[in-house]
Design a protein around this ligand. Structure first.
Ligand code: G3P
Length: 471
Protein backbone atom coordinates (compact mmCIF):
# COMPACT_ATOMS: atom_id res chain seq x y z
CA UNK A 1 0.00 0.00 0.00
CA UNK A 2 1.93 3.02 -1.29
CA UNK A 3 5.51 3.12 -2.59
CA UNK A 4 8.10 3.76 0.11
CA UNK A 5 10.63 6.55 -0.48
CA UNK A 6 14.07 6.97 1.04
CA UNK A 7 15.41 10.17 2.58
CA UNK A 8 18.50 12.00 1.27
CA UNK A 9 21.57 12.39 3.44
CA UNK A 10 25.30 12.74 2.65
CA UNK A 11 24.53 12.50 -1.06
CA UNK A 12 22.84 9.10 -0.65
CA UNK A 13 19.32 7.74 -0.46
CA UNK A 14 18.78 6.00 2.88
CA UNK A 15 16.25 4.01 4.86
CA UNK A 16 15.75 5.27 8.41
CA UNK A 17 17.05 3.09 11.20
CA UNK A 18 13.79 3.85 13.03
CA UNK A 19 12.21 1.16 10.86
CA UNK A 20 9.14 3.41 10.69
CA UNK A 21 7.48 5.33 7.87
CA UNK A 22 4.98 8.19 7.62
CA UNK A 23 2.00 7.70 5.29
CA UNK A 24 0.97 10.31 2.76
CA UNK A 25 -2.77 10.19 2.19
CA UNK A 26 -4.02 11.18 -1.26
CA UNK A 27 -6.59 13.95 -0.61
CA UNK A 28 -8.79 12.71 -3.48
CA UNK A 29 -8.90 8.96 -2.81
CA UNK A 30 -8.20 9.34 0.92
CA UNK A 31 -6.02 6.24 0.66
CA UNK A 32 -2.29 5.97 1.39
CA UNK A 33 -0.46 7.03 -1.76
CA UNK A 34 3.17 7.02 -0.64
CA UNK A 35 5.26 6.42 2.44
CA UNK A 36 8.35 8.34 3.52
CA UNK A 37 10.98 7.54 6.13
CA UNK A 38 10.24 8.56 9.72
CA UNK A 39 13.74 9.81 10.47
CA UNK A 40 14.94 10.04 14.04
CA UNK A 41 17.01 12.63 15.88
CA UNK A 42 20.21 10.68 15.44
CA UNK A 43 19.76 10.89 11.67
CA UNK A 44 19.05 14.61 11.91
CA UNK A 45 22.30 15.06 13.85
CA UNK A 46 24.21 13.26 11.13
CA UNK A 47 22.64 15.40 8.43
CA UNK A 48 23.46 18.64 10.24
CA UNK A 49 27.04 17.47 10.83
CA UNK A 50 27.52 16.67 7.15
CA UNK A 51 25.84 19.95 6.14
CA UNK A 52 28.33 21.81 8.34
CA UNK A 53 31.30 20.05 6.80
CA UNK A 54 30.06 20.44 3.20
CA UNK A 55 29.38 24.15 3.71
CA UNK A 56 32.99 24.91 4.59
CA UNK A 57 34.34 23.91 1.20
CA UNK A 58 31.24 25.13 -0.68
CA UNK A 59 31.83 28.63 0.65
CA UNK A 60 35.25 28.51 -1.01
CA UNK A 61 33.85 27.27 -4.32
CA UNK A 62 33.96 30.17 -6.82
CA UNK A 63 30.69 32.01 -7.16
CA UNK A 64 30.49 31.39 -10.90
CA UNK A 65 30.80 27.63 -10.29
CA UNK A 66 28.01 27.73 -7.72
CA UNK A 67 25.87 29.57 -10.28
CA UNK A 68 26.74 27.05 -12.98
CA UNK A 69 25.54 24.15 -10.83
CA UNK A 70 22.32 25.96 -9.99
CA UNK A 71 21.63 26.57 -13.68
CA UNK A 72 22.20 22.88 -14.26
CA UNK A 73 19.79 21.94 -11.46
CA UNK A 74 17.19 24.31 -12.91
CA UNK A 75 17.43 22.60 -16.29
CA UNK A 76 17.17 19.09 -14.76
CA UNK A 77 14.20 20.23 -12.69
CA UNK A 78 12.38 21.42 -15.79
CA UNK A 79 13.17 18.14 -17.59
CA UNK A 80 11.56 16.29 -14.69
CA UNK A 81 8.46 18.47 -14.57
CA UNK A 82 6.07 15.64 -15.43
CA UNK A 83 6.87 13.09 -12.70
CA UNK A 84 7.21 15.84 -10.09
CA UNK A 85 3.88 17.39 -11.10
CA UNK A 86 2.27 13.94 -10.88
CA UNK A 87 3.38 13.73 -7.26
CA UNK A 88 1.85 17.14 -6.55
CA UNK A 89 -1.42 15.92 -8.05
CA UNK A 90 -1.43 12.78 -5.87
CA UNK A 91 -0.09 14.29 -2.66
CA UNK A 92 -1.75 17.69 -2.44
CA UNK A 93 -4.47 17.46 -5.14
CA UNK A 94 -3.05 20.39 -7.08
CA UNK A 95 -4.81 20.68 -10.47
CA UNK A 96 -2.63 18.98 -13.11
CA UNK A 97 -1.74 22.11 -15.10
CA UNK A 98 -0.98 24.18 -11.99
CA UNK A 99 1.28 21.37 -10.78
CA UNK A 100 3.37 21.58 -13.96
CA UNK A 101 3.43 25.37 -13.68
CA UNK A 102 4.78 25.10 -10.14
CA UNK A 103 7.74 23.01 -11.30
CA UNK A 104 8.56 25.18 -14.33
CA UNK A 105 8.25 28.33 -12.22
CA UNK A 106 10.64 26.73 -9.74
CA UNK A 107 13.23 25.99 -12.43
CA UNK A 108 13.01 29.58 -13.65
CA UNK A 109 13.40 30.80 -10.09
CA UNK A 110 16.54 28.74 -9.49
CA UNK A 111 18.11 30.22 -12.66
CA UNK A 112 17.11 33.74 -11.66
CA UNK A 113 18.74 33.24 -8.24
CA UNK A 114 21.93 32.06 -9.95
CA UNK A 115 22.00 35.09 -12.27
CA UNK A 116 21.16 37.63 -9.61
CA UNK A 117 23.46 35.95 -7.08
CA UNK A 118 26.61 36.47 -9.09
CA UNK A 119 25.80 40.19 -9.35
CA UNK A 120 24.72 40.78 -5.74
CA UNK A 121 27.47 38.68 -4.20
CA UNK A 122 30.03 39.77 -6.75
CA UNK A 123 30.01 43.27 -5.32
CA UNK A 124 31.23 44.61 -2.01
CA UNK A 125 31.73 48.10 -0.60
CA UNK A 126 34.76 50.24 0.05
CA UNK A 127 34.51 52.98 2.68
CA UNK A 128 37.01 55.58 3.83
CA UNK A 129 37.18 56.99 7.36
CA UNK A 130 37.43 60.76 6.81
CA UNK A 131 33.76 61.21 5.99
CA UNK A 132 32.97 60.80 9.70
CA UNK A 133 33.76 63.86 11.90
CA UNK A 134 37.07 63.73 13.72
CA UNK A 135 38.68 61.19 11.39
CA UNK A 136 41.56 61.41 8.97
CA UNK A 137 41.78 59.13 5.95
CA UNK A 138 43.63 56.50 7.93
CA UNK A 139 41.18 53.63 7.68
CA UNK A 140 39.92 51.73 4.68
CA UNK A 141 36.92 49.48 5.18
CA UNK A 142 36.14 46.58 2.86
CA UNK A 143 32.78 44.86 3.10
CA UNK A 144 31.55 41.65 1.55
CA UNK A 145 28.67 39.26 2.00
CA UNK A 146 29.47 35.93 3.57
CA UNK A 147 27.26 32.87 4.11
CA UNK A 148 25.42 32.15 7.35
CA UNK A 149 26.32 28.46 7.43
CA UNK A 150 23.63 25.79 7.58
CA UNK A 151 20.17 26.89 6.42
CA UNK A 152 17.08 24.95 7.45
CA UNK A 153 14.01 25.22 5.20
CA UNK A 154 10.54 24.04 6.15
CA UNK A 155 8.16 24.83 3.28
CA UNK A 156 4.38 24.46 3.55
CA UNK A 157 2.22 21.91 1.72
CA UNK A 158 0.72 24.27 -0.86
CA UNK A 159 3.98 24.80 -2.79
CA UNK A 160 6.24 21.93 -1.68
CA UNK A 161 8.57 22.47 -4.65
CA UNK A 162 8.44 26.20 -5.28
CA UNK A 163 8.60 27.32 -1.67
CA UNK A 164 11.47 24.88 -1.12
CA UNK A 165 13.60 26.12 -4.03
CA UNK A 166 12.87 29.70 -3.01
CA UNK A 167 15.07 28.89 0.04
CA UNK A 168 17.44 26.32 -1.49
CA UNK A 169 18.63 28.51 -4.38
CA UNK A 170 19.46 31.68 -2.40
CA UNK A 171 21.06 29.58 0.32
CA UNK A 172 23.33 27.74 -2.10
CA UNK A 173 24.31 30.66 -4.31
CA UNK A 174 25.33 32.54 -1.16
CA UNK A 175 27.60 29.68 -0.04
CA UNK A 176 25.39 28.05 2.58
CA UNK A 177 24.43 24.41 2.88
CA UNK A 178 20.81 23.45 3.19
CA UNK A 179 18.71 20.99 5.16
CA UNK A 180 15.18 20.55 3.86
CA UNK A 181 12.31 19.25 5.97
CA UNK A 182 9.46 19.01 3.46
CA UNK A 183 5.81 19.02 4.49
CA UNK A 184 4.46 15.47 4.81
CA UNK A 185 1.88 16.16 2.06
CA UNK A 186 4.28 17.05 -0.73
CA UNK A 187 7.32 15.19 0.66
CA UNK A 188 7.66 12.91 -2.35
CA UNK A 189 7.48 15.83 -4.80
CA UNK A 190 10.19 17.48 -2.69
CA UNK A 191 12.34 14.34 -2.73
CA UNK A 192 12.04 14.23 -6.55
CA UNK A 193 13.05 17.89 -6.68
CA UNK A 194 16.06 17.19 -4.45
CA UNK A 195 16.95 14.33 -6.78
CA UNK A 196 17.31 16.93 -9.56
CA UNK A 197 19.89 18.78 -7.45
CA UNK A 198 21.59 15.42 -6.86
CA UNK A 199 21.73 14.79 -10.62
CA UNK A 200 23.16 18.26 -11.20
CA UNK A 201 26.17 17.14 -9.14
CA UNK A 202 26.23 19.22 -5.97
CA UNK A 203 28.80 18.04 -3.41
CA UNK A 204 27.79 15.40 -0.89
CA UNK A 205 26.02 16.69 2.21
CA UNK A 206 25.46 20.17 0.82
CA UNK A 207 21.75 19.53 0.38
CA UNK A 208 19.84 16.98 2.38
CA UNK A 209 16.21 16.14 2.76
CA UNK A 210 14.99 14.71 6.03
CA UNK A 211 11.46 13.36 6.27
CA UNK A 212 9.46 12.39 9.30
CA UNK A 213 7.03 13.47 11.93
CA UNK A 214 7.10 17.12 12.99
CA UNK A 215 6.64 15.97 16.58
CA UNK A 216 9.79 13.80 16.43
CA UNK A 217 12.17 15.98 14.39
CA UNK A 218 10.41 19.36 13.78
CA UNK A 219 11.27 21.13 17.03
CA UNK A 220 14.54 19.23 17.19
CA UNK A 221 15.57 20.73 13.85
CA UNK A 222 14.47 24.29 14.57
CA UNK A 223 16.31 24.29 17.89
CA UNK A 224 19.36 22.46 16.58
CA UNK A 225 22.58 24.25 17.58
CA UNK A 226 24.11 23.40 14.20
CA UNK A 227 21.50 25.35 12.25
CA UNK A 228 22.29 28.96 11.39
CA UNK A 229 19.12 30.06 9.64
CA UNK A 230 15.56 28.80 9.51
CA UNK A 231 12.16 29.93 8.38
CA UNK A 232 9.41 28.52 10.50
CA UNK A 233 7.00 29.97 13.03
CA UNK A 234 9.12 29.00 16.00
CA UNK A 235 11.20 32.10 16.52
CA UNK A 236 11.22 31.74 20.29
CA UNK A 237 12.47 28.21 20.02
CA UNK A 238 15.00 29.11 17.36
CA UNK A 239 16.52 31.77 19.61
CA UNK A 240 18.98 34.28 18.19
CA UNK A 241 19.37 32.86 14.71
CA UNK A 242 18.12 34.71 11.63
CA UNK A 243 14.62 33.80 10.52
CA UNK A 244 12.52 34.29 7.47
CA UNK A 245 8.87 33.34 7.66
CA UNK A 246 5.98 33.31 5.30
CA UNK A 247 2.81 32.66 7.25
CA UNK A 248 -0.93 33.14 6.92
CA UNK A 249 -3.00 35.95 5.55
CA UNK A 250 -6.52 37.30 5.51
CA UNK A 251 -6.06 39.24 2.30
CA UNK A 252 -8.81 41.78 1.83
CA UNK A 253 -10.21 42.93 -1.49
CA UNK A 254 -11.71 46.42 -1.29
CA UNK A 255 -14.14 47.35 -4.07
CA UNK A 256 -14.97 51.01 -4.55
CA UNK A 257 -18.06 52.40 -6.30
CA UNK A 258 -16.16 53.36 -9.46
CA UNK A 259 -14.48 49.95 -9.85
CA UNK A 260 -14.54 47.92 -13.06
CA UNK A 261 -16.83 45.25 -11.62
CA UNK A 262 -16.13 42.68 -14.33
CA UNK A 263 -12.43 42.97 -13.65
CA UNK A 264 -13.03 42.81 -9.90
CA UNK A 265 -15.31 39.77 -10.18
CA UNK A 266 -12.90 37.77 -12.31
CA UNK A 267 -10.03 38.60 -9.96
CA UNK A 268 -12.08 37.68 -6.91
CA UNK A 269 -12.82 34.25 -8.38
CA UNK A 270 -9.27 33.67 -9.56
CA UNK A 271 -7.75 35.11 -6.40
CA UNK A 272 -10.17 33.47 -4.00
CA UNK A 273 -10.64 30.06 -5.56
CA UNK A 274 -7.51 29.02 -7.46
CA UNK A 275 -6.01 25.91 -5.83
CA UNK A 276 -9.30 25.86 -3.92
CA UNK A 277 -8.29 28.89 -1.85
CA UNK A 278 -5.26 27.13 -0.35
CA UNK A 279 -2.86 30.01 -0.91
CA UNK A 280 -1.68 32.42 1.73
CA UNK A 281 -2.20 35.15 -0.88
CA UNK A 282 -5.76 34.10 -1.73
CA UNK A 283 -8.48 36.75 -1.51
CA UNK A 284 -9.95 35.86 1.88
CA UNK A 285 -12.48 38.62 2.43
CA UNK A 286 -14.30 40.94 0.01
CA UNK A 287 -15.12 44.40 1.35
CA UNK A 288 -17.49 45.99 -1.14
CA UNK A 289 -19.27 49.32 -1.12
CA UNK A 290 -22.97 48.70 -0.51
CA UNK A 291 -24.06 50.63 -3.62
CA UNK A 292 -22.29 48.20 -5.99
CA UNK A 293 -22.49 45.08 -3.83
CA UNK A 294 -25.53 43.46 -5.50
CA UNK A 295 -24.02 43.81 -8.94
CA UNK A 296 -20.60 42.57 -7.85
CA UNK A 297 -22.04 39.54 -6.03
CA UNK A 298 -24.10 38.68 -9.13
CA UNK A 299 -21.03 38.84 -11.36
CA UNK A 300 -18.93 36.79 -8.94
CA UNK A 301 -21.66 34.13 -8.76
CA UNK A 302 -21.88 33.95 -12.57
CA UNK A 303 -18.14 33.36 -12.79
CA UNK A 304 -18.17 30.90 -9.89
CA UNK A 305 -20.81 28.81 -11.67
CA UNK A 306 -18.31 28.17 -14.46
CA UNK A 307 -15.72 26.56 -12.18
CA UNK A 308 -15.28 22.82 -12.55
CA UNK A 309 -15.25 20.71 -9.40
CA UNK A 310 -13.57 17.31 -9.20
CA UNK A 311 -10.28 15.43 -9.23
CA UNK A 312 -6.95 17.19 -9.86
CA UNK A 313 -6.08 14.64 -12.56
CA UNK A 314 -8.90 16.14 -14.68
CA UNK A 315 -7.45 19.58 -14.09
CA UNK A 316 -10.61 20.71 -12.31
CA UNK A 317 -10.59 24.22 -10.84
CA UNK A 318 -11.79 23.08 -7.43
CA UNK A 319 -10.13 19.95 -6.10
CA UNK A 320 -10.25 18.21 -2.70
CA UNK A 321 -8.61 20.18 0.10
CA UNK A 322 -5.43 18.76 1.51
CA UNK A 323 -6.72 16.82 4.53
CA UNK A 324 -9.95 15.76 6.13
CA UNK A 325 -9.22 17.94 9.14
CA UNK A 326 -8.84 20.92 6.82
CA UNK A 327 -12.25 20.16 5.28
CA UNK A 328 -13.71 19.85 8.78
CA UNK A 329 -12.23 23.21 9.77
CA UNK A 330 -13.72 24.87 6.67
CA UNK A 331 -17.08 23.31 7.48
CA UNK A 332 -16.89 24.68 11.01
CA UNK A 333 -16.47 28.23 9.66
CA UNK A 334 -19.35 27.74 7.22
CA UNK A 335 -21.70 26.43 9.93
CA UNK A 336 -20.79 29.30 12.24
CA UNK A 337 -21.65 31.78 9.46
CA UNK A 338 -24.91 29.95 8.75
CA UNK A 339 -25.95 30.06 12.38
CA UNK A 340 -25.21 33.78 12.56
CA UNK A 341 -27.24 34.60 9.43
CA UNK A 342 -24.85 34.88 6.46
CA UNK A 343 -26.50 34.63 3.05
CA UNK A 344 -25.46 31.48 1.17
CA UNK A 345 -25.15 32.30 -2.55
CA UNK A 346 -24.75 28.57 -3.28
CA UNK A 347 -25.80 25.50 -1.40
CA UNK A 348 -23.06 24.18 0.90
CA UNK A 349 -21.85 20.90 -0.51
CA UNK A 350 -19.05 18.57 0.56
CA UNK A 351 -17.99 15.06 -0.35
CA UNK A 352 -14.99 13.74 1.57
CA UNK A 353 -12.27 16.39 1.22
CA UNK A 354 -14.02 18.03 -1.74
CA UNK A 355 -15.79 21.27 -0.83
CA UNK A 356 -17.81 23.04 -3.53
CA UNK A 357 -17.09 26.76 -4.09
CA UNK A 358 -19.19 28.96 -1.87
CA UNK A 359 -19.70 32.71 -1.63
CA UNK A 360 -21.12 33.98 1.66
CA UNK A 361 -22.82 37.36 1.39
CA UNK A 362 -23.83 39.72 4.20
CA UNK A 363 -21.09 38.45 6.46
CA UNK A 364 -20.76 40.45 9.66
CA UNK A 365 -17.79 41.00 11.96
CA UNK A 366 -19.22 38.68 14.63
CA UNK A 367 -18.76 35.68 12.33
CA UNK A 368 -15.54 33.69 12.55
CA UNK A 369 -15.11 33.70 8.77
CA UNK A 370 -14.82 37.50 8.84
CA UNK A 371 -11.42 37.01 10.54
CA UNK A 372 -10.16 33.45 10.17
CA UNK A 373 -8.66 32.04 7.01
CA UNK A 374 -10.54 28.99 5.76
CA UNK A 375 -7.74 27.87 3.40
CA UNK A 376 -10.52 26.47 1.27
CA UNK A 377 -12.99 27.48 -1.48
CA UNK A 378 -15.25 29.59 0.74
CA UNK A 379 -15.23 33.38 0.49
CA UNK A 380 -17.02 35.93 2.71
CA UNK A 381 -18.40 39.23 1.43
CA UNK A 382 -18.76 42.11 3.89
CA UNK A 383 -20.75 45.10 2.67
CA UNK A 384 -19.27 48.44 3.70
CA UNK A 385 -20.59 51.99 3.68
CA UNK A 386 -17.28 53.81 3.52
CA UNK A 387 -13.72 53.18 2.44
CA UNK A 388 -12.63 53.87 6.02
CA UNK A 389 -14.81 51.01 7.23
CA UNK A 390 -13.04 48.68 4.79
CA UNK A 391 -9.59 49.83 5.84
CA UNK A 392 -10.56 49.49 9.51
CA UNK A 393 -11.61 45.89 8.96
CA UNK A 394 -8.46 45.11 7.04
CA UNK A 395 -6.21 46.65 9.68
CA UNK A 396 -8.02 45.04 12.61
CA UNK A 397 -6.76 41.66 11.40
CA UNK A 398 -3.73 40.11 13.06
CA UNK A 399 -2.53 39.23 9.60
CA UNK A 400 -0.94 41.67 7.17
CA UNK A 401 0.20 39.80 4.10
CA UNK A 402 -1.40 41.39 1.04
CA UNK A 403 -4.53 43.29 0.12
CA UNK A 404 -6.06 44.65 -3.05
CA UNK A 405 -8.21 47.54 -4.13
CA UNK A 406 -10.36 47.97 -7.23
CA UNK A 407 -11.01 51.53 -8.39
CA UNK A 408 -10.48 53.64 -11.51
CA UNK A 409 -9.14 56.49 -9.38
CA UNK A 410 -5.38 56.03 -8.98
CA UNK A 411 -5.13 58.73 -6.32
CA UNK A 412 -7.64 56.96 -4.12
CA UNK A 413 -5.89 53.66 -4.78
CA UNK A 414 -2.56 55.03 -3.59
CA UNK A 415 -4.10 56.53 -0.44
CA UNK A 416 -5.79 53.21 0.36
CA UNK A 417 -2.56 51.34 -0.30
CA UNK A 418 -0.75 53.62 2.12
CA UNK A 419 -3.45 53.07 4.74
CA UNK A 420 -3.58 49.27 4.49
CA UNK A 421 -1.25 47.58 6.97
CA UNK A 422 -0.10 44.80 4.69
CA UNK A 423 3.22 43.86 3.11
CA UNK A 424 1.86 44.41 -0.41
CA UNK A 425 -1.20 46.07 -1.91
CA UNK A 426 -2.25 45.20 -5.45
CA UNK A 427 -4.13 47.85 -7.38
CA UNK A 428 -6.76 46.40 -9.74
CA UNK A 429 -5.57 42.82 -9.43
CA UNK A 430 -5.85 39.98 -6.94
CA UNK A 431 -3.09 39.44 -4.37
CA UNK A 432 -0.25 37.20 -5.54
CA UNK A 433 3.37 36.56 -4.74
CA UNK A 434 4.79 36.53 -8.23
CA UNK A 435 6.60 37.35 -10.36
CA UNK A 436 8.92 35.67 -7.90
CA UNK A 437 11.63 38.35 -7.99
CA UNK A 438 9.22 40.95 -6.55
CA UNK A 439 9.66 41.57 -2.82
CA UNK A 440 7.25 39.38 -0.83
CA UNK A 441 6.62 40.03 2.85
CA UNK A 442 4.00 39.90 5.53
CA UNK A 443 3.45 42.44 8.27
CA UNK A 444 2.21 41.56 11.78
CA UNK A 445 1.47 37.83 12.15
CA UNK A 446 2.01 37.21 8.44
CA UNK A 447 5.75 36.86 8.52
CA UNK A 448 9.30 37.94 9.22
CA UNK A 449 11.67 39.32 6.64
CA UNK A 450 11.15 39.93 2.96
CA UNK A 451 11.54 37.37 0.20
CA UNK A 452 12.04 37.89 -3.50
CA UNK A 453 15.29 37.16 -5.30
CA UNK A 454 17.60 39.92 -4.04
CA UNK A 455 16.00 40.08 -0.58
CA UNK A 456 16.31 36.34 -0.04
CA UNK A 457 19.96 36.33 -1.11
CA UNK A 458 20.69 39.17 1.29
CA UNK A 459 18.77 37.43 4.09
CA UNK A 460 20.97 34.38 3.71
CA UNK A 461 24.21 36.26 4.08
CA UNK A 462 25.83 38.38 6.73
CA UNK A 463 28.11 41.34 6.24
CA UNK A 464 31.78 40.93 6.95
CA UNK A 465 34.10 43.90 7.11
CA UNK A 466 37.86 44.16 7.09
CA UNK A 467 39.40 47.47 8.14
CA UNK A 468 42.89 48.39 6.92
CA UNK A 469 44.53 50.81 9.36
CA UNK A 470 47.12 53.00 7.70
CA UNK A 471 50.16 54.17 9.60
O1 G3P B 1 0.68 30.43 -0.11
C1 G3P B 1 1.92 30.53 -0.68
C2 G3P B 1 2.20 31.87 -1.28
O2 G3P B 1 3.57 31.99 -1.47
C3 G3P B 1 1.36 32.17 -2.48
O3 G3P B 1 2.01 32.27 -3.67
O4 G3P B 1 2.12 32.53 -6.10
O5 G3P B 1 0.05 31.63 -5.06
O6 G3P B 1 0.63 34.02 -4.79
P1 G3P B 1 1.17 32.64 -4.99
Amino acid sequence: EGDVYKYYSEGEWKVSSSGKTVSIVNPTTRKTQFKVQACNQEEVNKIVESAKAAQKSWAKTPLWKRAELLHKAAAVLKEHKKPIAECLVKEIAKPAKDAVTEVVRSGDLVSYFAEEGVRILGEGKFLVSDSFPGNERTKYCLTSKIPLGVVLAIPPFNYPVNLAVSKIAPALIAGNSLVLKPPTQGAVAALHMVHCFHLAGFPKGLISCVTGKGSEIGDFLTMHPGVNYTGVAISKKAGMIPLQMELGGKDACIILEDADLDLAASNIVKGGFSYSGQRCTAVKVVLVMESVADELVKKVNETLAKLTVGPPEDDCDITPVVTESSANFIEGLVMDAKQKGAKFCQEYKRQGNLVWPLLLDNVRPDMRIAWEEPFGPVLPVIRINSVEEGIRHCNASNFGLQGCVFTRDINKAILISDAMETGTVQINSAPARGPDHFPFQGLKDSGIGSQGVSNSINMMTKIKTTVINLP
